[in-house]
Design a protein around this ligand. Structure first.
Ligand code: TAP
Length: 453
């Protein structure tokens, strides 16, 4: 074994554990093991594969509190969020455990024979996960990948590997055969890069920054390796004068400051119709100041710290010279804490165009519906967003016009494991979750059987 990496608790800035940094040779050995395991996993009877995935889900459920506490310690997530995240892994496994017996092909009418399509697994799937939601993002990849008969090599972000490592152990405990689900720790430039270049990794699922995603796509082109990319976002929360302004203002902080704003779906641009701007801001200020930023292990905590000191510095760089309307609160003491910030922005401001990935939101006025749509779409991203209006026609028009993969009207919800999730433009490529996710983990094979000879 080569070197190790020290995992830090972001709430206290103290060391938790040493985790191995795998070398390229070690990564190659794990990929080879996953490729061998594929030969038997793909032949496991559909009903048996389904049963194993349900057992894996049950074991994850039995360890919900342990996994959640681990995430609080490693990632600074609030305990409420972390319990939901472990529950999401269970739910995704249960949902896709129904897939093996339903992985239908088609029978297509042809002359002089029988034409049938098969959904074949691809082989070893490489899943590269960022640090902001270590458990759910891993599960969105490995749940459907395993259900379709593939094996998995999964790389957590180097700074947040603990829940992934535990999920790897729980899979074995549940009876998932050795080599089917493999956790590979280490840096993106070594482990992640090897997933891209290794010919036995047949598909990449990457979630992370847009810049790294572009590099992965370029690298994958060399072997025409398929990629699913879930990248950055700068989503708009559009508030019309005809909306329930009280509710829009009271919920807006949770649409952007959840997970300390380290959320690809964060509604980090708030667009408010000019005629209600002042009224909205008054109510929004009360709501922002009420966000409980405190020790994430407390049940009352609504927001924890940022992930690292370096990330704190990056987020703080957006506040230099910014027009700050008001701020929320934060605790004193060690840890990478930052209070929620509300900025008034102009359209070319860096804070309005770049993904900040921290508790900073930029607010801007708009005049009418067309203006709101224009501003919302004036972004390289298109992942998520919210529309607040009580006019049904407007809700439908704006929802159809905003270039984004996941919108919610009069709410800020983005993710349900049984509905598709993914981005437009530079927010990504492909869709995860929902009924069609299996397509991303299978090849369609067409076979013609001649019945004339
Ligand atoms: P990145 O720096 O892009 O890292 C993401 C993952 O890629 C990490 O595991 C990283 O490894 C690995 N990686 C880095 N360089 C690599 C390379 N050259 N080859 C292969 N793998 C490499 O992103 P992050 O800072 O962790 O996460 C924040 C970003 O993720 C934000 O932009 C956010 O919007 C995006 N995100 C998107 C979504 C969806 S669903 N669209 C969800 C969550 C997050 P190491 O860090 O271990 O080196």
């Amino acid at each position: 074994m080569g070197s190790t990496f020290t995992v830090i608790n972001p709430s206290t800035a103290t060391a938790i554990r040493e985790v191995p940094r795998h070398s390229v040779e070690e990564v190659d050995a794990i990929i080879a093991k996953a490729a061998r395991a594929f030969e038997t996993w793909r032949t496991v009877a559909p009903g048996d594969r389904a049963r194993l995935l349900r057992r894996f889900a049950a074991v994850v459920d039995e360890h919900n509190e342990e996994l959640a506490r681990l995430e609080v310690e490693n990632s600074g997530h609030t305990i409420g969020n972390a319990r939901w995240e472990a529950g999401n892994v269970r739910d995704v496994l249960n949902y896709y455990s129904a897939a093996p017996e339903r992985l239908f092909g088609r029978q297509i009418p042809v002359a002089n024979g029988l034409d049938v399509t098969f959904k074949e697994p691809l082989g070893v799937i490489g899943i590269i996960v960022p640090w902001n939601f270590p458990m759910p993002i891993a599960g969105w990849g490995f749940g459907p990948a395993l259900a379709a008969g593939n094996t998995v090599v999964l790389k957590p972000a180097e700074i947040t590997p603990l829940t992934a490592l535990r999920l790897g152990e729980l899979a074995l405990e549940a009876g998932i055969p050795e080599g089917v689900f493999n956790i590979v720790t280490g840096s993106g430039s070594v482990v992640g890069e090897r997933f891209v270049t290794h010919p036995l990794v047949r598909k990449l699922v990457f979630t992370g920054s847009t810049d790294v995603g572009k590099g992965i796509m370029r690298g994958a082109a060399d072997q025409v390796k398929p990629v699913t990319l879930e990248l950055g976002g700068k989503s708009a929360n559009i508030i019309f004068a005809d909306s329930d302004l009280e509710r829009a203002a009271a919920t807006a902080p949770y649409g952007v400051f959840d997970n300390a704003g380290q959320d690809c779906c964060a509604r980090s641009r708030i667009l408010v119709q000019a005629s209600v701007f002042d009224r909205f801001m008054e109510r929004f200020e009360v709501a922002v100041k009420g966000v409980r930023v405190e020790d994430p292990s407390l049940d009352t905590s609504e927001m924890g710290p940022l992930i690292t000191r370096a990330h704190h510095e990056h987020v703080a760089s957006f506040l230099d010279g910014a027009n700050v309307a008001f701020r929320g609160v934060k605790p004193e003491g060690p840890g990478f804490w930052m209070e929620p910030h509300v900025l008034i922005a102009e359209s070319n401001d860096r804070c309005f165009t770049e993904e900040i990935f921290g508790p900073v939101v930029s607010v801007m006025r708009f005049e009418d519906e067309a203006d709101a749509i224009r501003i919302a779409n004036d972004s390289i991203y298109g992942l998520s967003g919210s529309i607040w209006t009580n006019d049904l026609g407007r809700a439908v028009r704006v929802a159809r016009a905003v270039e984004s993969g996941n919108l919610s009207v009069n709410s800020h919800s983005s993710v349900r494991y049984w509905t598709p999730f993914g981005g437009y433009k530079q927010s990504g490529l492909g869709r995860e979750l929902g009924p069609d996710a299996l397509d991303a983990f299978t090849e369609t094979k067409n076979v013609f059987f001649d019945t004339q000879h």
